[in-house]
Design a protein around this ligand. Structure first.
Ligand code: SER
Length: 312
């Protein structure tokens, strides 16, 4: 049977790029972008959909014969702190709707994104393993951890084929993040290329795991295409590519744009970042389904500057 793909939350940072990638392989007619907005500037099929509306989700899946769902609907870490009840509801009730439809046999495969935010202040900070102390203290992290456990539950009890990764901070030139703690690492390129200085909301030495969006999309596609028996973890996999702090990123940007200046005024997002790992151990993803990154930090900076130069 031909695959028919539905992306929920397609207008976010990951959704936009994932849509392009999936259209490239499955054909524009077989990939449906959806989001809560009424209309969208998307080259392809778009449906307005609120993931919390299970009836509408069901009728869309039924009508279109959807086989795979990528459920990307969420409030990122900084936004969720400002609206805990809705952040939790969107993450958990939304995924529940998708899991239930899979349990009832309406969908074959689900992708669900988790995050380094599942880790918390008591987690070992360096080379954070897949399985370790996990006590998140942010709304976003609590939701993602609970979602991971529900995914595992639906897999074990009802054989639902649900797969996911814990994304680090994602940096790409095609789409913008919104409301995350790692957003600075995208915004900084726009300031640098405009010839402006950048005021960073994290301290100079806050090291976080990061990844080029191209690698993140490839990880997403690869875990979904891997044989089911290779996916031995039905929570979500650690995946890692690079780690840096704002000072190190600024220094690398300066190698390309020597006049670039950065200042630091940590705000409430510093508190979130301080609870997250500085680096990630992703052995399981590498061994189970062959994950490997392409971009390191200098490669990412070169690529971002090259592609954003004309755009900015
Ligand atoms: N990039 C996300 C955030 O900062 C982390 O997954 O919220």
């Amino acid at each position: 049977m031909a695959e028919k793909v539905l992306i929920i939350g397609s207008l976010g940072q990951v959704g936009r790029e994932l849509f392009e990638s999936l259209c490239g392989d499955y054909g524009v007619e077989n990939v449906i972008a959806s989001d809560v907005k009424e209309s969208a500037d998307i080259k392809g099929r778009y449906e307005q959909l609120d993931v919390l509306d299970k009836d509408r989700l069901y009728s869309l899946i039924k009508k279109e014969g959807v086989t795979q769902v990528y459920n990307l609907a969420a409030l990122l870490s900084a936004t969720a702190e400002k609206n805990p009840a809705f952040g939790w509801k969107l993450t958990i009730d939304g995924q529940f709707n998708v899991l239930e439809l899979a349990k009832e046999g309406h969908i074959k495969k689900i992708f669900w994104p988790s995050s380094i935010a599942v880790f918390g202040p008591t987690t070992p900070k360096q080379q954070t393993p897949q399985k370790t102390v996990i006590e998140p203290n942010t709304v976003y992290g609590i939701g993602k951890l609970a979602g991971e456990m529900w995914n595992q539950y639906y897999h074990e009890k009802f054989n639902v084929d649900v797969r996911g990764v814990r994304y680090p901070g994602l940096i790409g030139w095609k789409s913008l993040p919104g409301g995350g703690t790692t957003d600075y690492a995208v915004d900084i390129f726009y300031s640098a290329l405009r010839g402006e200085s950048f005021d960073c909301f994290l301290s100079h030495d806050t090291s976080l795991p990061m990844m080029h969006m191209e690698d993140a999309i490839r990880a997403t596609r690869e875990i979904m295409e891997a044989p089911a028996e290779n996916i031995k973890l039905r929570t979500c996999y650690n995946i890692s590519a690079m780690n840096f702090n704002p000072q190190q990123l600024a220094k690398e940007i300066k190698n390309h744009i020597p006049n670039f200046e950065i200042t630091y005024h940590p705000d409430y997002r510093q508190e979130i970042a301080s609870t997250w790992p500085a680096s990630i151990n992703d052995t399981e993803a590498r061994v189970h389904w062959g994950w490997k990154e392409k971009y390191d930090m200098p490669g990412l900076v070169r690529n971002m500057i090259k592609n954003l130069k004309d755009k900015v």
